[in-house]
Design a protein around this ligand. Structure first.
Ligand code: ZN
Length: 179
């Protein structure tokens, strides 16, 4: 009979978020006091390759198995977010080690090459010729709350799987300059 007439297109399988899928989410990130630290409102949805350590582990775990349209609130303890603070990453360096040494001020961020690759460091103190820098992630040690909406799920391309990241939103790079 005509009972299913309202179905006007092919019936698609519902995708559940699983490893190697490209997932797009809208999110608002707040700290434990409810202060907004980051949000996708201005940048548009964030797309990432699920199961490839593209996002923090606590959030990735909470998204596993969810479907398009799902909304969720996720509390992520620091250890499952940007990790705990490591006080050994707070170090003193001579001012002369900075480009434009004269302009170095508390609160400024710099990129430093380390044995583990390049890191963003924050200047926490300037005293005479000594600059104290903190190489912890700015959100290290913080418990985080996410309000998330899943806005898209699709299969990854072969190239994305090979690279371990998504190629949406104008992400492009030379073959030589792969990361
Ligand atoms: Zn790539």
């Amino acid at each position: 009979m005509d009972a299913l007439r309202f179905i006007t297109s092919m019936i698609k399988k519902v995708m559940n978020i699983a490893k190697d899928q490209v997932v797009s989410i809208n999110y608002t990130l707040t700290d434990v006091n409810g202060q907004v630290l980051d949000s996708s409102q201005e940048t548009g949805p964030l797309s990432y390759l699920h199961g490839n350590d593209n996002i923090i582990p606590g959030l990735e775990k909470a998204l596993e198995g969810k479907t398009e349209g799902a909304t969720l609130k996720v509390s992520v303890p620091a250890a499952e977010a940007y990790g705990l603070r490591d006080e050994q990453l707070v170090i003193n360096v001579p001012k002369s080690q900075f480009q434009d040494a004269g302009t170095v001020e508390e609160g400024m961020q710099f990129e430093a090459e380390t044995s583990d690759g390049s890191r963003i460091v924050t200047v926490t103190k300037v005293e005479g010729d000594t600059v104290t820098i903190d190489a912890n992630h700015p959100l290290a040690g913080m418990d985080l709350n996410f309000d998330v909406q899943v806005v898209g799920i699709r299969a990854a391309t072969e190239e994305e799987l090979e690279h371990g990241h998504v190629h949406d939103h104008g992400h492009h790079h030379d073959d030589e300059d792969e990361e």
